[in-house]
Design a binder for this molecule. Structure first.
Ligand code: C6P
Length: 414
């Protein structure tokens, strides 16, 4: 491992671990400011996946040969690394899924279909990504339960004064929120909402897709019942994520996907389910992807999640300051110290897609759109925003390149 733990990270040195930065875009240096969408991958992760395919690949949990044993132990080692990352009590509570979306769907279907009914309510916030909104809306409606949305203030904090009325009028069974917002970057203090959820007898589902790449996510400290993450946002491969759930809840739940590997016995009159985690891992696992996620955890921990979080606060502060210099800009979200490395903005009435396209020609990659947060866009009164997002390899000069690019966009539209 090339990196060592530092309280402060050296983004310039870390950047050399990422082969993608060895090229230019449209003849310009690449300013990759779209890491909240998906992060780039360090050589350490790419090599771990290659090495696994070259030396240890076979199907897992069903072969007695040596390669099968190697592959199984590599997959299970990755599960242990995710358990350690999340400070989960037991690796069997870590379910490998394709991504956070699948993890949340697993809970919505498997828990929701058996525990929600008329008179019950599911509570989300106005700031949720569609992945933590639509599955709950669908399952709640399907079960005849209420689907409620807490409104948020301009920083993206849910309005907790609404909770009293919600509790008075409803039997709340699920509270589902993100820990870090993908659109505003807000880092939430989940403690009051988690305690309130548990006072109602509800489960608390935490969408940590944007949190896990950027800060220490400790499922025990959060007090959540389920936590979902995506590997591709945290230096890991695409096609792999994890759902952590409390063992007693997972054990009581029905499976989500049915088929091979997740059973105990199959007869024509009755099929019984396997133990955790296999009950929720039907079919052949994303094996090399999980190995890559394990290597990504190694990488992030070697850099230090505290150092990553501090680096992003610094970049967010720098970006908010520099972007404020651009005439006509509207910045959304909380102050830098309360946000991860995400800054959403609009430039006058120039459509975000136009902004992003002109920036792209200057080597600057940002995201433009509704960021899978249409309820938030309605709240902000816009159809879309531009979003620049940062990671451990982001340099201040990439933010300068963005600001220069925005001045150029203004000239084009002058
Ligand atoms: N956000 C973004 O550009 P998946 O696609 O399952 O890996 O992640 C879904 C998801 C869930 N929750 C939050 C808070 C997210 O930000 C995302 C993915 C990307 O913001 C793609 S829309």
């Amino acid at each position: 491992m090339a990196v060592t733990a530092h309280a402060k990270l050296d983004a310039r040195a870390l950047r050399r671990d990422f082969p993608i930065f060895e090229q230019e875009m449209h003849g310009k240096p690449l300013a990759y400011l779209d890491s909240a969408n998906s992060s780039q991958k360090p050589r350490q992760v790419l090599d771990a996946v290659d090495r696994f395919y070259e030396t240890s690949y076979a199907n897992v949990h069903r072969a007695v040969h040596l390669l099968g044993e190697r592959a199984t132990s590599a997959l299970e080692h990755a599960r242990v690394r995710v358990r350690e990352l999340l400070n989960a009590p037991d690796a069997r509570e870590v379910i490998f899924v394709r991504n956070a979306t699948e993890g949340i769907n697993l809970v919505a279907y498997s828990w929701g279909l058996n525990n929600l009914g008329p008179g019950d309510a599911v509570v989300v916030t106005e700031l949720e990504h569609h992945s933590n909104f639509v599955p709950w809306q669908y399952i709640a409606r399907r079960q005849g339960a209420e689907f409620l949305m807490l409104t948020i203030d301009e920083n993206g904090d849910p309005d907790l004064s609404e909770l009293e009325a919600v509790a008075r009028d409803h039997t709340v069974k699920v509270v589902a929120t993100n820990l870090v917002s993908n659109s505003l970057g807000t880092i939430h203090d989940l403690a009051p909402l988690v305690s309130w959820a548990h006072e109602q007898g509800a489960i608390f589902v935490c969408d940590a897709a944007q949190a896990a790449p950027h800060m220490k996510v400790d499922v025990r400290a959060i007090g959540a019942d389920f936590v979902a993450i995506s590997g591709h946002k945290m230096c890991g491969p695409s096609g792999i994520g994890a759902l952590w759930g409390r063992g007693e809840l997972l054990r009581a739940m029905e499976p989500f996907l049915l088929g091979g590997h997740m059973i105990n016995s199959v007869r024509v009159d009755k099929t019984t389910w396997g133990e955790l985690p296999h009950k929720f891992e039907a079919g052949t696992s994303p094996i090399a992807e999980a190995v890559g996620l394990g290597a990504a955890v190694d990488y992030l921990e070697a850099v230090g999640l505290d150092a990553i979080e501090a680096h992003e606060h610094e970049l967010a502060a720098y970006a908010l300051g520099r972007l404020a210099e651009v005439p006509g800009i509207t910045l959304y979200g909380p102050p830098a110290e309360r946000r991860a490395g995400v800054v959403s903005f609009n430039l006058g009435d120039i459509h975000p897609h136009d902004v992003a396209q002109i920036l792209d020609l200057q080597g600057v990659a940002i995201r433009a759109g509704h960021h899978c947060c249409q309820p938030l866009m309605q709240k902000l009164g816009v159809a879309a925003t531009n979003r620049a997002s940062f990671y451990l390899y982001t340099l201040p000069e990439e933010i300068d390149q963005l600001v220069d690019g925005l001045h150029a966009v203004r000239k084009v539209f002058a």
